[in-house]
Design a protein around this ligand. Structure first.
Ligand code: NAD
Ligand code: TYD
Length: 354
């Protein structure tokens, strides 16, 4: 698993190793978004090995593949935040495009050397986003696997480029690839630069809740545990060369998401400095090029693989709010930057990534 110390990756490492008991090697560069505390539920398991490193480091990736002989590679590693991509696109091109290319090259070299039965069973699963499809108008049908790519931010453009490379490695070299394009995730261990954790943490501290523009941009929300189940399903039963859209059929305007978080907190955390929490909502300048609406048609994965989300938006959101309230030590580590000290302690200051 690459990028397994990030939000979805860490949830997936736990999900996969709990469901299958398979050994897992997690390769992660530990950028600001990577946090070993996210892997605390698996770190003690003898089946799990963490390796600090970059997916673009061909020598390291090649050596890991030869040493551990994986039956699959799942690529979560990416720069993932749209706002950061607007202010500094370079890292997005480096990891999401160049890094994925180097990873594909090494995986292809490894796969070509496998004995025939293992070569047939091997899978490279690339985790991608619905943002590659661009923006929908209110009455447009949701994105399907045949929707034309039309990325609008440096983040989505870099993910689109990586998806195309994955596609090309299947068509050109026969690498048994799978690509998943998922809608917005939320749940435990999400870095508080993204809307839902940011709103929860600001609300309980009495800080403003920044809503971009008119708050009417729509996202299709999926609980991270449901996303992990979907990836497991695709990895086990997906057809090589195919792409699968994953979504929660939970379209919500941002302002409604923020109000729902506020209402849950009014109920379960009435001791916050400002109650009702909605008083903290502040409309701020819009994000440049802000996509208006994303929505996913998940019919293919539902029909072909039988996957369906278990959580509704309301049940998943309640669990998530409760998780952030119950995990103040994690929150403190992330908000104070304490979590980054681990890299320095174990690898020395020269290994501190950006
Ligand atoms: P995240 O930013 O929380 O985690 C990314 C992880 O990748 C971090 O641990 C980071 O240290 C690691 N990483 C970054 N560059 C690396 C490199 N060069 N080499 C090795 N590791 C590196 O992201 P996330 O939200 O967990 O997203 C995971 C994947 O899912 C991404 O590919 C993202 O595009 C995709 N995705 C995310 C969402 C969402 O809502 N968060 C939705 C759909 C798809
Ligand atoms: P985000 O969590 O950054 O995910 P993405 O940009 O990948 O969809 O943002 C979700 C939505 O919330 C998006 O429409 C931007 C909006 N947003 C705010 O209104 N305020 C904020 O502070 C943030 C971070 C996002």
């Amino acid at each position: 698993m690459t990028g397994g110390a990030g939000f979805i990756g860490a949830n997936f490492v736990f999900n996969w190793s709990t469901a299958t008991g398979d050994p897992v090697v997690t390769l992660d560069k530990l950028t600001y978004a990577g946090n070993l505390d996210n892997l605390r539920m698996v770190q003690e398991r003898k089946e799990h090995l963490f390796v600090l490193g970059d997916i673009g480091d061909c020598a390291l990736v090649g050596a890991l593949l030869r040493q551990h002989h994986p039956k699959a590679v799942v690529n979560f590693a990416a720069e993932s935040h749209v706002d950061r991509s607007i202010h500094g696109p370079e890292d997005f091109i480096q990891t999401n495009v160049v890094g994925t290319f180097h990873l594909l090259q090494e995986v292809r070299g490894y796969w070509e050397m496998l004995p025939a039965p293992e070569r047939t069973r091997f899978r490279f699963l690339h985790v991608s986003t619905d943002e590659v499809y661009g923006s929908l108008n209110p009455d447009d049908p949701p994105f399907s696997e045949s929707t034309t790519y039309a990325p609008n931010s440096p983040y989505s453009a870099s993910k689109a480029a990586s998806d195309h490379l994955v596609r090309a490695y299947h068509h050109t070299y026969g690498l048994p690839t799978l690509t998943t394009n998922c809608s917005n995730n939320y749940g435990p261990f999400q870095f508080p630069e993204k809307l839902i954790p940011l709103v929860i943490l600001n609300a309980i501290s009495g800080n403003p809740l920044p809503v971009y523009g008119d708050g009417m941009n729509v996202r299709d929300w999926l609980y991270v545990g449901d996303h992990c189940d979907a990836i497991r399903c695709v990895l086990e039963h997906g057809r090589p060369g195919e792409t699968y859209n994953i979504g929660g059929r939970s379209e919500r305007a941002n302002i409604d998401v923020v109000r729902t978080v506020c209402r849950i907190l009014d109920e379960i955390h009435p001791g916050s400095p400002t109650v009702p929490h909605e008083k903290l909502i502040t409309f701020v300048k819009d994000r440049p090029g802000h996509d208006r609406r994303y929505a996913i048609d998940a019919a293919k994965i539902e029909k072909e693989l039988g996957w369906r989300p278990k959580e509704s938006f309301e049940t998943g959101l309640r669990k998530t709010v409760q998780w952030y309230l119950d995990n103040q030590a994690w929150v403190r580590g992330v908000t104070t930057g304490e979590y980054r000290k681990w890299v320095e302690l174990h690898y020395g200051a020269q290994h501190q990534p950006s």
